[in-house]
Write a protein that binds this ligand. Structure first.
Ligand code: ZN
Length: 240
């Protein structure tokens, strides 16, 4: 097993990172996970991510053998700098750049840098993240161009050869459901529906056809639209 067969998944407990986790478990011999506590509303994500890991372990024995340690890193100090709708009670609005205030400046740069430091210590050669250019709000730190530059900076700065994998980069949200289905069938779709958390408002509340959430925030809206689009297409499976 080389270090490029050992991965660290940035795992928030959301739909996208759950798909990334399955993608990594399907592909690599050893997979660890990292979650960042940066003062998310209500801390729901941190609770749900443990549930998803437990469900994956019990539902997929072959993957359980590959799934290693889960790490939690405290980034609450960063959260106090990047106060936005995601971490406080402010309403959703757009700024002068045309970015929604759910954008936490530099968040993925910080997350990936911390993840790389952890991966260095753990002998993990791959960082896997759910960043996506296709379907979201145009967050500049989700673009592949940004991640290529960061990968280069991390490798120069740590004298490593990390690879940042972004399996969802060019997928729509409907295609992410299709990938989930292709990787783990209905069992993985069920875990995603029941236990992953995407809602910005931190609400579990009502069970919708697409899972739990407030149903009105941008993240719920995107998740719901992706689900309906996937269902309308006849629930296709996307091969990893
Ligand atoms: Zn919501």
């Amino acid at each position: 097993m080389t270090h490029h067969d050992r991965a660290l998944v940035l795992f928030s407990g959301g739909q996208d990172s759950a798909a990334c986790l399955a993608w990594a478990l399907d592909r690599y011999a050893h997979v660890e996970t990292v979650g960042f506590d940066y003062g998310q509303r209500h801390g729901v994500e941190m609770v749900q991510r443990t549930r998803v890991l437990d469900q994956v372990r019990s539902g997929f024995p072959a993957w359980a053998e590959r799934l290693g340690a889960d790490h939690r890193l405290d980034l609450t100090a960063f959260g106090t700098i990047g106060q936005t709708a995601l971490t406080s009670e402010r309403a959703f609005e757009m700024d002068a750049r045309g970015l929604p205030n759910t954008f936490v400046p530099g968040r993925n740069l910080v997350f990936l840098t911390w993840a790389a430091a952890l991966a260095d210590r753990r002998g993990l050669g791959r960082l896997v993240g759910g960043m996506c250019e296709t379907d979201f709000s145009g967050y500049p730190d989700c673009r592949r161009r940004t991640l290529d530059a960061l990968q280069n900076a991390l490798n120069l700065g740590m004298d490593r050869d990390f690879v940042i994998d972004t399996p969802l980069m060019h997928l729509t949200k409907a295609q992410t459901w299709a990938l989930t289905y292709g990787l783990g069938g209905q069992a993985l779709v069920d875990i995603t529906l029941e236990d992953t958390h995407t809602c910005y408002a931190g609400e579990r509340g009502d069970r919708h056809d697409w899972g739990y959430g407030c149903g009105v925030c941008p993240a719920c809206d995107l998740r719901a639209r992706g689900w309906r689009e996937w269902e309308a297409a006849g629930r296709p499976a996307l091969s990893p």
